[in-house]
Design a protein around this ligand. Sequence first.
Ligand code: AMP
Length: 495
Amino acid sequence: MHFSELGLNPAILKAVTEAGYESPTPIQAQAIPHIMAGLDVMGAAQTGTGKTAAFTLPILHRLMAHANTSASPARHPVRGLVLAPTRELADQIYQNLQQYATYTALRSAVVFGGMDMNPQTQALRAGVELLVATPGRLLDHVQQKTLNLSQVSILVLDEADRMLDMGFLPDLQRIVNLLPSSRQSLLFSATFSPEIRKLAKTFLNDKPVTVEVARRNATAENLTQKLYRVDSPELKRQAVIHLVREEKLEQVIVFTNTKIGASRLARELIREGIAADAIHGDKSQNERLATLERFKNNEVIVLVATDVAARGLDIAELPAVINFDMPHSPEDYVHRIGRTGRAGASGLALSLMVATEERQVAGVEALIGKSLGRERLALVAPAHAVSSRSFNDRGPRSSSSYSGAQSSRAPASAKPPAMPADPIFYAPYDDSSSSKGAASGPPSDAPKTPGGVPQPGGAASVAAIRSSALLGVRRPANPKSVLLGGKPSDKSADS
Ligand code: AMP
């Protein structure tokens, strides 16, 4: 199918063509006609499947009837509202939106916490048809009476599962109470858990259309997964350096379970001459966006990240990820490695473990249904590293329980030749394993709401759908739209 067959407004189609998209992804092909027809839709899709365009394109199409160039704010009420769990995801949706709206007169804006409210307020006062927001900051604006939601005719809850995980349900309820009851509602989620179905019952029409394309808990076929065991936590840093050099990795996200671990590893890699930086919940929004930009521009080779900071990041064709710490939740493993080996690109997912992480490894293996092996990485720690504290400080450190040791050997190249499209995008959604390997709670560095609710980020897989996509490709900005930046406020939580 070609995009032109969907019947999208020519102004939107022009932007789609310029983006280099030829045919819709499965979620787009399924969802766009229903959304264009004004139906409520519940979509099971992760980041990386093209879900953002699946809802933004038909929303723009529907709102074209209201597009106008009047300077009067009254002529530009908020008609479409997209709620996202994290700042990064909100910003990415907004970037997509402004790209697709380039040739329309529709205005868009994004508001999220951690940024000065004033520029956001000014943009809202000027009037925008489409608003992307994180729930807490949206309510801040409602409270300040800078935002009127009485004309919203389309609502999107993106990464609804993450929003529930992050304790946003009360905020969502408050927001939905402010919207007209007669509206179109769309809900996207990586999973259709009972909680999500309940949420859909509350916020969507009686009979939403269900579109399901992304299978959960599956790992891409064209992904090489390797697990290395090292003798002590202190040796993990050496292992990362070894792997980055041996594999000649040019772009790799290294996942740690803690903010402190992330900062510390980045510092130590820099000391070893490796271009590294860390993103985690303690960094300001501006710092995080700047680091991500440097990573996309190849100025940073190793991006050390916590799960919270990394979720929802749109980084196409990432060749490799390394799990410095095994994640507490097996599902986070799937999200982490889903950042590589997507749609036509091959990837390398390397994990490091010490003896005390056997339980997490077993949980991952149960979830993905296969053994990761246990290759021993024999490394000698430099004296200063041995005497330093452990990175993850999780209980006694012993390597004596291992058996079947193999010698260290460099795995295959980080960039094997491209493969055909990843079947994960086409496989039917499989909810049967949703309770397997249940998450053991949000990562320990989850930013907290003022009420103390941990806030992990949005769903995880990274896109490599865009056929021409390469790391570092930047989208043209639409001068009509406003990215509401500014200096970070004291409020570091995403509220
Ligand atoms: P998303 O799942 O919305 O995060 O999208 C992932 C990536 O796929 C983004 O970089 C989009 O620009 C890209 N993309 C979305 N739709 C298409 C399409 N139909 N063809 C190629 N690339 C696409």
